[in-house]
Design a protein around this ligand. Structure first.
Ligand SMILES: C[S@@+](CC[C@H](N)C(=O)[O-])C[C@H]1O[C@@H](n2cnc3c(N)ncnc32)[C@H](O)[C@@H]1O
Length: 319
């Protein structure tokens, strides 16, 4: 289908992030017991098979239905996601600026971000900025000038055990005690579709990510998903970024009247108005790709498969 010729490539390693091996090592350290423990990897593999079969049947609630399945998903898929997202965030300068901003606190909302891919990717861009400050700061540069990255993970499944473990490794191995207080993570085990603009602090957000989650929201409730985007239109502040990504070519279709449209057309219309016909849109498209590969470094050392990812993405900015 020509995806090779037309695809953009993300860098294996973008120098403003921690190296991919360090990203993957974070998962190895966090899930040491499951990946290398006495029970061996077999128990994890059996949980992964269950998750795969639920995902194949598009039964997303069942796929993330208990801690064993969530841990298995995280061990199997989040390292690939985290390395790809780190490279994507770094590639999208606007996103990188938010994550690495040294002037003021920044607020990021990750919708469906419980599995930790986004969290680890954000930390992999944030940590080097802290190391720089630590390494080069002197007593003349008081630490009180430091700003925070506030990350709000909202997920309908209860990923708290996974997130707490990842966060503790990020604090212990990457940021250390002094710096980890500036990487603030808050998790809400909620259905995003029923949360208000105040629950989400929409007017304070600098970046919203909706990664590999849009299809699920639309399959759960199309009307409420559209309403969520309309809330973004109404309440997000000027300059806020919205990054949507899905597996390339996997976008679901919806039927309007007698016609079938890919969801992306509906999303564009809700966010930007009818392009070419009016200028009423709340957001402008800053960057986009229908097919972008992230190919992992084949030398990565991880006890499970780390996959290449082909994504579709769109980055919007609130006008
Ligand atoms: C396919 S996973 C993607 C996870 C992660 N974003 C990634 O890229 O690896 C989709 C996530 O969306 C969450 N989710 C689905 N419906 C949701 C809803 N209505 N509100 C919040 N989270 C939801 C699921 O629990 C799951 O964690």
């Amino acid at each position: 289908m020509g995806s090779e010729e037309k695809s953009e490539q993300l860098k294996i390693y973008h120098e403003i992030t921690l190296p991919p091996q360090e990203i993957v090592d974070l998962f190895k350290v966090t899930f040491d017991n499951e990946l290398y423990g006495a029970e061996g990897i077999d128990e994890l593999q059996s949980q992964i098979q269950k998750v795969k079969s639920d995902l194949y049947n598009r039964d997303y609630i069942a796929a993330f239905g208990n801690d064993a399945k969530r841990t298995a998903y995280c061990c199997r898929w989040s390292p690939s996601r985290a390395t790809a997202y780190a490279s994507l965030f770094a590639h999208l300068q606007e996103c990188a600026q938010v994550i690495r901003c040294k002037e003021s606190d920044q607020n990021v909302l990750c919708i469906g971000g419980g599995a930790g891919g986004e969290l680890v990717a954000l930390a992999s861009l944030f940590t080097p900025t802290r190391e720089f400050i630590t390494k080069y700061s002197t007593s003349k540069q008081p630490t009180t000038t430091k700003n925070s990255l506030n990350v709000h993970l909202v997920d309908i499944s209860d990923w708290s055990a996974v997130v707490n473990r990842l966060q503790s490794t990020i604090s212990g191995k990457w940021l250390y005690a002094d710096e980890s207080k500036y990487f603030k993570v808050h998790s809400s085990n909620r259905d995003i579709l029923t949360m208000s603009e105040d629950d989400l602090s929409l007017s304070n957000l600098d970046l919203i990510t909706l990664l590999f989650t849009t299809n699920e929201l639309f399959s759960e409730n199309k009307q409420q998903s559209i309403r969520l985007l309309q809330k973004f239109n109404q309440f997000c502040k000027k300059g806020c970024l919205l990054l949507i990504a899905e597996s390339a070519g996997s976008y679901s279709h919806i039927t309007v009247g007698t016609k079938k449209f890919p969801i992306q057309f509906l999303i564009d219309t809700v966010l930007m108005g009818k392009r070419g016909q009016d200028e009423s849109g709340a957001w402008q498209l800053v960057n986009q790709s229908d097919s972008t590969w992230y190919r992992c470094d084949p030398r990565l050392d991880y006890p499970m498969k780390v996959e290449n990812t082909r994504i579709f993405y769109r980055l919007y900015r609130k006008i």
